[in-house]
Unconditional design. Structure first.
Length: 338
């Protein structure tokens, strides 16, 4: 049974986040932004010519999860795949620069995943993806398991960030548990992909959004009653301890084993960009759990973190001081859903 958390409780716990450790495992990528202006149409084809004036690179996927943990004062280690290419080197350097400890398995047979977005006059003109989403090779799989064996025993909380790029397979969660002295009591949090839903059996917490909840449960989620039915069905199907469904402007809903459901109202006051908000939610929840927060309090903390991030442009992070200001200005609102 979860108990409501007060502003005082949240504020008193913020100092415990510093230095807590979370292991992130999953699909990492480079988000590249080519920004410029388009003033004419190409003579070669009926498409605009974009004159590139700025090039930006950000950590995406599991890398953004790890970056969010560090921004909140935690320590993050990352196990992920990348190619034996210049983009893999850039990725490794960016992770280091962000304060993340990278453990990258280099794969000769696949490129580093990149999402290239071309923007002109604040409009996205096109997105170009370079990736290989096939199952990992036997050799790479062996290296991943070696990394798990060496790292998992040092962590109480593990995040699996699944972007459907081949890192997560049917045995990954079992391999993580086998590597941990805690076994089944290890807290494994999963940011899921519906097509891999069968891979997450027995997870401590899944964090799907409403669309992912609908696809994974094969049920509609158009109103409160449908969300309740879909979330409960998904939790039972996967035998997961908890499901945290993020509801966008409607906040989030936390489902537990006793059919208890808590609704947390959104803390966002302005929404400029929802990019990366899901990464922030699972990162903040994981770090709070590593610091000993009760689960509902961890989710409320994550709700504040996401509210800060969506008020910024681009894949951003939240700081503890920003979250503290939000808690003091806007006390948490939660209620039991029945």
């Amino acid at each position: 049974m979860h108990k409501q958390c007060s502003p005082a409780e949240l504020l008193n716990r913020l100092d415990t986040l510093a230095g807590k450790r979370v292991l992130v495992i999953g699909d990492v990528m480079l988000d590249t932004y080519l920004v410029g202006d388009a003033q004419r149409i190409s003579p070669e084809a009926p498409v605009p010519v974009v004159k590139i004036e700025e090039e930006r690179h950000l950590l995406g996927g599991a890398g953004n999860v790890a970056r969010n943990i560090v921004a909140l004062g935690g320590e993050a280690s990352l196990i992920a795949l990348c190619g034996c290419d210049a983009d893999g080197e850039r990725l490794h350097s960016m992770l280091r620069d962000a304060g993340v400890t990278p453990h990258l398995v280099r794969c000769k047979e696949r490129p580093t995943t990149i999402k290239i977005r071309v923007l002109a006059r604040n409009q996205q003109m096109i997105r170009l993806d370079k990736e290989d989403s096939s199952a990992v090779s036997t050799e790479a799989g062996h290296e991943i398991r070696e990394a798990l064996a060496g790292l998992v025993p040092g962590f109480d909380v593990v995040v699996v960030s699944d972007y459907g790029k081949g890192m997560v397979d049917a045995t990954l969660l079992a391999d993580i548990r086998r590597a941990s002295p805690q076994g089944d009591t290890l807290k494994i949090l999963v940011d899921p992909k519906p097509q891999n839903i069968s891979c997450y059996h027995g997870a401590y917490l899944l964090t799907p959004n409403t669309k992912e909840t609908s696809e994974a449960s094969r049920m509609p989620v158009e109103d409160k009653e449908q969300i309740l039915a879909a979330g409960r069905a998904l939790r039972r199907e996967l035998d997961a301890d908890h499901i945290l469904t993020t509801l966008g402007a409607d906040g989030m809903a936390l489902f537990g084993r006793e059919e208890e459901v808590w609704h947390v109202a959104t803390s966002a006051r302005q929404v400029f960009d929802v990019t990366g908000a899901g990464d922030t939610v699972i990162a903040a929840t994981a770090l709070a759990l590593a610091a000993g927060f009760p689960l509902l309090s961890a989710c409320v903390f994550a709700n504040y973190a996401a509210g800060v991030v969506v008020g910024k442009v681009g894949a951003s992070t939240a700081s503890v001081s920003e979250i503290q200001a939000q808690i003091e200005a806007f006390p948490p609102e939660m209620d039991r859903w029945r």
